[in-house]
Design a protein. Structure first.
Length: 84
């Protein structure tokens, strides 16, 4: 019997950008979940191409959405980590 591994194997600090996607070792990123250290608003592009603003995210939570970009415009949350 095999089990799905739910833990991340890679982690990387995220620098929000309105033009650049999150990069995994300079390779194509098909989406990562995010850890939000300091809460606030978070504008992201999902792996399916949707631009969404999550408002009032609390400190120290995981965002279980496959994200390819964190926008700098309209994002007030900080200490963001991408997990693959």
């Amino acid at each position: 019997m095999s089990f799905l591994k739910l833990q991340a194997r890679k982690a990387q600090d995220v620098t929000p950008s309105d033009t650049e996607n999150i990069s995994l070792d300079n390779a194509d990123n098909r989406g990562s979940v995010l850890y939000i250290g300091t809460g606030g608003n978070l504008k992201v592009k999902t792996s399916s191409g949707d631009d969404v603003i999550f408002k009032n995210i609390a400190d120290g939570v995981f965002l279980p959405v496959q994200v390819v970009r964190v926008f700098s415009t309209e994002t007030t949350a900080t200490d963001i980590i991408a997990l693959w």
